[in-house]
Design a protein around this ligand. Structure first.
Ligand code: ZN
Length: 124
C-alpha cells in the first residue's frame, strides 16, 4: 500500500469504516504527508459509498443492452445515479480496468459505456 498523495510507503493502518452493505474498508494514515486515505482513494471508486460490485453490476447490465431506467429499477437506484457512474468511469477510463470477458472489445466513449462483442470470432 502506497500513499496516493505522495507515493510514500510509510503508511499505517488507521481504523476502518463500512460501506452501505457492510463491506469493511481499511483506512490508512500516511506518516510522510500526514494525509488520511482509504483503500479506494485514488481509484474511480473513491468517495462512492456504493460497493464496487453494485457499480460493476450496473455497468454490466448497461453493456448487455438494458436501459438505464431498467438497470436503476433492478438495483433500486435512480437512473441519474447509473448515468453518474457511467460518466465517472468513462472520464477515468485509464484508471479503471473492467474485467472484460474474453474475446470482447470494450470501448469507452464520451459519457456512455459501450461493450461490443467481437463479430469475427470462430464458432465455439
Ligand atoms: Zn503521503
Amino acid at each position: 500500500m502506497r500513499c496516493p498523495h505522495c507515493q510514500s510507503e510509510q503508511v499505517i493502518k488507521n481504523g476502518n469504516h463500512r460501506l452501505q452493505d457492510g463491506t469493511p474498508m481499511q483506512n490508512y494514515l500516511c506518516k510522510s504527508c500526514h494525509k488520511r486515505f482509504s483503500e479506494r482513494t485514488g481509484t474511480p471508486m473513491a468517495r462512492l459509498r456504493t460497493p464496487t460490485s453494485i457499480v460493476s453490476l450496473a455497468l454490466n447490465m448497461r453493456s448487455e443492452g438494458m436501459g438505464v431506467r431498467a438497470s436503476g429499477r433492478v438495483l433500486t437506484k435512480s437512473h441519474t445515479t447509473i448515468l453518474r457512474w457511467q460518466q465517472r468511469l468513462a472520464e477515468q477510463a485509464d484508471a479503471w480496468s473492467p474485467p472484460a470477458p474474453e474475446s470482447s472489445e470494450v470501448t469507452l466513449e464520451h459519457d456512455e459505456l459501450y461493450t461490443r462483442v467481437g463479430e469475427n470470432l470462430p464458432p465455439q
